[in-house]
Design a protein around this ligand. Sequence first.
Ligand code: NAP
Length: 308
Amino acid sequence: MTDGRKAVCVIGWPIAHSRSPLIHNYWIRQHGLDAEYRREAVPPGEFEAFAARLREHGYIGANVTVPHKQAALAVASPDDRARAVGAANALWYDDGILRATNTDVEGFLANLDAATPGWDRGLESAIVLGAGGGARAVVFALLSRDVERVYVINRSPERAAALKKQFGARVQVARWEETTGLLGGAGLLVNATPLGMTGQPPLEINLRCPPSLVVADLVYDPLVTGLLAAARERGLRTADGLGMLLQQAVSGFELWFGIRPQVTAELRALVEGDLTKHLPPRPRDDVKQPAAPVKPRRNKLRGGGFSA
Ligand code: NAP
């Protein structure tokens, strides 16, 4: 690093896949800053020592990603949100003190607000698949928007139960087999597992639901996951993982550089191009669907809603 030049990094293991440098270096160029955003591959067990000497490594701050998001809480002073979520993904210095926050919460909400405006109007219940760091940020975000009930469905039920214990009575634990039944009354479905991601098993779910259901996927590789493709085929409104990735980056950049950057169509196209460039061809049948599309019809049992 040259004198006066600011540097920020994303710390993870592995880290080569991270698109954060593409996003932040775009904003750095756009705003003409003398700065650089890099990747730091730091294995488990070495994160604490690395983060404790972040400044000596030349950094004014950092993003933290898998598998260090929980450990980031212990190496810095977390804000209330990071503490409540139980994970932090952004570190910055404030008067010499290393602080931590969780920007996935606002990234998730800002993406839904932009992609599916009005999604939370009168929303009574939401279904969240997963109980890891991403799911915890999503549940925290949904409760902050006054969603009355959040069903958490997870492979390991004890992790879903831990989430309920932390967030209280508005969170309910449900079983994987109950997903389709719950969809009939839910306004929002969120995939916060890696299922459907390139190299991971498909997400198998039957989207029998009212046409008002909004579907969000945290997975952004591929850009259009099987879940999103199936939802769009049914005419449902969707919010993708790339939108969340871009939105969660905004406040980190602002913390480090004092400028609130914009998520522009040009930036999105840049990251989309990079994701597509690195993707092998992939079939789009990774969500099991009924053989033929079924026309929505009025369901008297659900007070005028639709079922398919
Ligand atoms: P995490 O903390 O490791 O949690 C993973 C969750 O997925 C756990 O609940 C886990 O269940 C479940 N899971 C993993 N493999 C599974 C499988 N084969 N079958 C069923 N469930 C499975 O990961 P995370 O940080 O929450 O990330 C989850 C996904 O969200 C990743 O794809 C990540 O890239 C994405 N993400 C995206 C953004 C964004 O900005 N777009 C932000 C955060 C995360 P168990 O508890 O049973 O292990």
